[in-house]
Design a protein around this ligand. Structure first.
Ligand SMILES: NC(=O)c1ccc[n+]([C@@H]2O[C@H](COP(=O)([O-])OP(=O)(O)OC[C@H]3O[C@@H](n4cnc5c(N)ncnc54)[C@H](O)[C@@H]3O)[C@@H](O)[C@H]2O)c1
Length: 389
């Protein structure tokens, strides 16, 4: 892989801690795989669950040393900071409402934070955290993992190079079906907290997957959202947060967009899809076929660009692991965020500036995501009125 090959020698592994991601949790396990894939991180500590017994059991299952398994993240942050070989970075993979408190504990001690999205459950917390990150020496990496896919990097590079001309249209959608029925009333943990405003935040589907769609669209296009009009629904009776969102977007510079986020669209699994059109051509990419990118130059035949194939440029190549035709997917894309984080963290460890080609979503993207969610909710409450960001 290009990222690995660019390292001159093997530095000591980055000592990583984890908050959340205990037994039966979803994304923590993905983070652990992503962190291991290139061998740059070593998980050495964890406060893995909100339940102390489960935290201990989960730590043991992962082979953590007994004295590095913690009941809560506050004790973990304080003690790890004091240890000679304490953690250098922490992954935060709890439900949304815990992100702020947990990230704060580590940031204020100069420990790098790798946090899952959305950044926080309220905009006020997001802004407070950004202010703290500004003052801290620690890096903040937000795992909008879809930005790690090689062909997403390719799309971004092509837009920046002007291959689409002036951008006019952005169509982005993230459709799922797993909340078509009231799963949250069956004891399914992941559905329960995602539909609870106290733990999820003001957004349901718009916060959970709409933020990924929004981040992907702005990452690829480089456009800034100026205003939006959102129509949010909770189709499942009694559900307290939206499970479907239709949003019209106006970007600065005049480009227009539409974003659809749904968790009640039967037949859709992780249907994240982006289409971007400019004066000279378009691009189409779908998460379920991530190695392929359609380029549609106006007036010419469509071109299928593939990861590792002839049309792939430098931005895609540096995060490509296997030859064309040997599929890469969700885990590799996620691992690319960790590989980028590792390059930045190692640079900091060695007192070097972070290399210019390192790309990962930051806390500013996180604040933008939460601001987007809050604006959607505000707009929808006023009958889809246009609101500015
Ligand atoms: N990037 C992605 O593609 C992606 C995918 C899924 C989830 N996520 C995000 O990851 C986060 C977790 O989602 P999930 O689906 O894994 O949830 P989950 O319910 O499966 O897991 C959450 C874990 O956090 C633990 N936890 C809760 N409070 C805690 C506390 N105070 N201290 C320590 N641990 C605590 C729980 O015990 C559990 O182990 C959410 O913010 C979600 O939005 C991101």
């Amino acid at each position: 892989m290009a990222i690995e090959a660019s390292r001159e020698s093997a530095p000591a592994r980055i000592r990583l801690g984890m908050v959340g991601g205990g037994k039966d949790a979803f994304i923590g396990a993905v983070h652990r795989i992503a962190a291991r894939l290139d061998g740059e991180f070593e998980l050495v500590a964890g406060a893995l669950s909100s339940t102390p017994d489960k935290a201990r059991e989960s730590g043991r299952l992962l082979g953590l040393a007994e004295d590095r398994i913690y009941d809560n993240f506050r004790t973990m942050a304080a003690r790890e900071k004091r240890l000679r070989n304490g953690i250098e970075a922490v992954a935060i993979v709890t439900p949304n409402h815990v992100h702020y408190e947990a990230a704060r504990e580590f940031l204020k001690r100069g420990i790098h934070v790798i946090c899952d999205k959305p950044l926080t459950s309220t905009l006020a917390d997001a802004k407070r955290l950004a202010a703290l990150a500004e003052k801290s020496d620690a890096l903040f990496i937000l795992t909008h993992n879809y930005t790690g896919y090689p062909m997403v990097r390719q799309a971004r590079e092509m837009v920046a190079a002007g291959e689409l001309g002036e951008l006019r249209l952005v169509q982005v959608e993230y459709a799922q079906d797993w909340l078509t029925e009231p799963l949250e009333r069956t004891g399914a943990k992941q559905a329960e907290w995602r539909t609870d405003p106290a733990r999820s935040g003001a957004g349901g589907a718009i916060g959970d997957i709409g933020t990924h769609a929004f981040n992907l669209a702005t990452f690829v296009t480089g456009l800034t959202l100026e205003s939006l009009s959102a129509d949010l629904d909770s189709f499942v009776e009694g559900r307290r947060l939206d499970d479907n969102a239709h949003v019209l977007l106006r970007f600065s510079g005049g480009a227009k967009g539409m974003l659809w986020a749904s968790q009640v669209a039967p037949g859709n699994e992780n249907g994240l899809r982006l289409r971007v059109y400019g004066t000279r051509g378009g691009l189409e990419w779908s998460q379920e076929e991530p190695d392929r990118l359609w380029f549609t130059p106006f007036g010419k035949p469509k071109q299928l660009l593939t990861r590792g194939g002839a049309g792939a440029g430098a931005a895609a190549r540096r995060v490509t692991r296997t030859p064309a035709g040997h599929p890469e997917g969700y885990l590799e894309g996620f691992a690319n965020i960790y590989a980028e984080a590792a390059r930045a963290i190692l640079a900091r460890r060695e007192g070097r500036p972070v290399p210019r080609d390192v790309v990962f979503p930051t806390i500013a993207d996180g604040v933008a995501g939460v601001a987007f969610v809050e604006a959607c909710v505000r707009s929808s409450k006023r009958n889809a009125a246009w609101v500015t960001l």
